[in-house]
Design a protein around this ligand. Sequence first.
Ligand code: IPM
Ligand code: MG
Length: 372
Amino acid sequence: MKLKIALLGGDGIGPEVLAQSVKCLKAVEETFNHQFSYEEAPVGAVAISNTGDPLPEDTLKRCKASDAILFGAIGALEYDYNPEAVVRPEQGLLKLRKELGLFANIRPVKVFSSLVGNSLLPKKVISGTDLVIYRELTGGIYFGKKTLSADGTMASDLCEYFEGEISRIAHMAFKAAKRRRRKLTLVDKANVLETSRLWRKVVTEISGSYPEVKLECLFIDNAVVQMMMNPKQFDVILTDNMFGDILSDQGSVIIGSIGLLPSASVGNENAMFEPFHGSYPQAKGKNIANPVASILSTAMLLQHFGLNEEADAVVKAVNKSFRKNVITKDILGSSKYGTDYVGDFISENITYSDEDLNLNDENIDLGKSTII
Ligand code: IPM
Ligand code: MG
């Protein structure tokens, strides 16, 4: 298969983790005989410094012309501590999502059996957790009208949803639930918010077309507690933009590190693959960031194009890195492996499923792999 992939490294650790994903994609190309082409484009704080615009026209054009986008991370400390900044890196990501119509953000939270001891939560609570969050991504409070009074003492953010925005992602989530364990949980705040009441109405109506899927509705405040106490009860979670942002970060507590979680943002015409995590500016250039979230995002990219065997090969290589403790410090404090090494290890281990090993495992165990 031929694929044109836009690479948007962005800020902080974004470019470092993305480089590891590209190694993996190149290994997939070689192993499975595909041809992918790559084009880098600036976004975020880096783009503001160079052009004044967090999403330059040219970057948007390249993204529209590509089959898929791999996104690194966005955000920089100088903006986090300056609420008065009018132009902000995050605006680049939000505009990209909106312009490309990426209305569904799919965020799987699945416990890796070899890392089950890594979470702060007890093993018996989290083992076997396998849920996926369908977060609405181009509407709601993120995109509603924003105001700040002239004297700077009053601000507002409008939360708006149209029926069509709810139904298109709801159908997607119900279809996913039908393929999975046939349970869908709508998370909202319908006891307080009008938008949530519309979500409940639309989703309940749509559930009539999916009789095999059990619909449950939970308020967000209860949902965050349930997710910590008994995450196994969830299969597909459907929610709006803001609640989905919060709930998905909470999912990282179950997994043990936010550096492990990938996501896919899809629309009718475009698709972008991005880790859950932010730009972690404190780690920039230190070769300590975990590349797994980005690498697993490439597995989601491959799956999106029906390259399931290829996606499996990437996931298998990631699992092998866990089994062999070739992992970064966020997972194992005593680890001596950096971003680059983990990326090399995973990409070198992307093989056809019947070839389990292509490195000398004893050398890896001794930290003497031939790939460094
Ligand atoms: C995410 C991030 C973004 C969001 C930020 C960087 C704008 O937190 O993808 O979860 O809030 O959507
Ligand atoms: Mg977030």
